[in-house]
Design a protein around this ligand. Structure first.
Ligand code: TLP
Length: 349
């Protein structure tokens, strides 16, 4: 039985072309700035995102933390959405290692922060207050079902932050999914932010890596913080080579992941006992709820027995993510298996 793994697009394996590029990669010591393949990847990432410079890091978490460290000082306050990945899923690194206060405001269902909420959260001058120096946004928005932020919204929220002297960091782990969904170049979606991170190892299928992009001066300082975090890599061209293939060849195909996510959502909706937890499925993430009268633990074990893997988000909420290793047939097969499991639970309920 084929296991259909919908836990995340991070489970994708490198393509044969990536493996060949890795094998043949020219390398050097990147801490000395001498790895030609890393240098090429950084230049390519900066160009694709329309920023002056880029830095190769091991993960999205490292890119985001490096950005926070570079934009802030200990004791500053940063504003984030309550559902943001940086707040929910990055081990509290910004607080623990960056020494910043995380000020949480609500995300709407489309991953947006309300501009009035942002403005109210920005601290005024007062001896009692920490200084607010950074706003973080996320596109696509993981917890909000892969929701996309438009260039228009991003400009408005950046204008507001900049007016108050804040910098803006965009967690763009899946920014190319947003670009493909909106049919605009990724650079359009990040033009107003001061820094943006994106992942090579999610839908783009590279085995490892993330990029932090921004102004030259920001990236120079970020390079030092990456080193502080233990992220100074040596012959990293071996993995950067796969990142180059990812950026050059894997972006356009994300559209088929989005089509498969739509197909999955449609099929799930028809199952008595499952409801979608989002109104639209713009990219490759589908959040769904199990009916409250059905037992979550038996649903999970039933899926495991049937070779379908999804992510559990607690309290009957689940996430399924489509990616390069999932075909339309796999989606149909997953829907059929999930339906069998839910029917079984209904009979016993
Ligand atoms: N997200 C992972 C898990 O951590 C949940 C996933 O499977 O989706 N920003 C966003 C929006 C992310 O979704 C992720 C990874 C990251 C940052 C962190 O990237 P990594 O895993 O490379 O540290």
């Amino acid at each position: 039985m084929k296991v259909i793994d919908l836990r995340s697009d991070t489970v994708t394996h490198p393509t044969p072309e990536m493996r060949k590029a890795m094998y043949e990669a020219k390398v050097g010591d990147d801490v000395y700035g001498e790895d030609p393949t890393v240098n090429r990847l950084e230049a390519l990432a900066a160009e694709k995102l329309g920023k002056e410079a880029a830095l190769f890091t091991v993960s999205g978490t490292m890119s985001n933390l490096t950005a926070v460290l570079t934009h802030t000082h200990h004791g500053n306050e940063i504003i984030l959405g309550a559902y943001s990945h940086i707040f929910l899923n990055e081990v509290g690194g910004a607080a623990a290692l960056g020494g910043v206060v995380m000020r949480i405001i609500p995300n709407d269902e489309n991953g947006r922060l309300d501009l009035d909420d942002v403005e109210q959260a920005i601290r005024g001058r007062n001896i009692h207050y920490p200084e607010t120096t950074l706003l973080c946004i996320e596109n696509t928005h993981n917890r909000c079902g892969g929701a996309v932020l438009t260039a228009h919204y991003t400009r408005d929220v950046c204008d507001l932050a900049h007016k108050h002297g804040l910098k803006v960091h965009l967690d763009g782990a899946r920014i190319f999914n947003a670009a493909v969904a909106l049919k605009v170049p990724a650079s359009r979606l990040v033009v107003d932010v001061d820094s943006v991170s994106f992942c090579l190892s999610k839908g783009l299928s590279a085995p490892v890596g993330s990029m932090l992009c921004g102004a030259k001066e920001h990236i120079e300082r970020a390079r030092k913080f990456r080193k502080m975090l233990g992220g100074g890599m040596r012959q990293a061209g071996v993995i950067a080579a796969a990142g180059i293939v990812a950026l050059e060849t894997m972006v356009d195909r994300l559209a088929s992941d989005h089509a498969n996510a739509g197909r999955l959502a449609k099929g799930l909706q028809k199952i008595d006992g499952i409801s979608l937890a989002q109104k639209e499925v713009p990219t490759n993430i589908v959040m769904f709820d199990l009916a409250p009268d059905l037992p979550v633990d038996r649903f999970i074990s039933g899926l495991n027995n049937k070779g379908v893997r999804v992510g559990s988000r607690g309290g009957g909420l689940f996430r399924a993510v489509t990616h390069r290793m999932i075909s339309a047939e796999d989606v149909d097969e997953a829907i059929a298996r999930i339906e069998v499991v839910v029917r079984g639970l209904r009979r016993k309920a």
